[in-house]
Design a binder for this molecule. Sequence first.
Ligand code: SME
Length: 158
Amino acid sequence: MKQTEGQQYNSLTKTVSKIVDGEDASRDEKLQQICELLAENVEVFDWVGFYLVDPDADRELVLGPYVGEETDHTRIPFGKGICGQAAETNETFVVQDVSQEDNYLACSVHVQAEIVVPIKKNGEFVAELDIDSHTKDSMTEGHRKVLEKVCELVSPLF
Ligand code: SME
């Protein structure tokens, strides 16, 4: 029987917990597994990746593990693009139609919608989960909830 959306999200967050708690993998291997899990299980997620605060730079993000097309945006200053704006506000940023955004960095011409969710450690912004979709208007409230939960669960890795 097909899972309801709620059941699917529940099983996703359970799997994320297991990945986070695993003993044999490094932090980056765990983040990579989480990218693969999300990209494989949610049809509209076409690019899934983590950007991390670079401790050696001044307010700059560096690309971490990801799944999807290669991107030119391997470093993003705070404030630039959707990713940089989420880094500055420390809040989830949902864009249903990227063509309507002025402050946007195109990863590929196929991308139509994007969600960026901050990862906080003791309230401080340490990284973010960035997801692109080739489908306009595809980021639901359910996606936001499950991704915010995923970002809470991965926080201890930082
Ligand atoms: N679109 C992002 C840049 C990162 S790529 O999508 C992977 C932005 O506007 O910040």
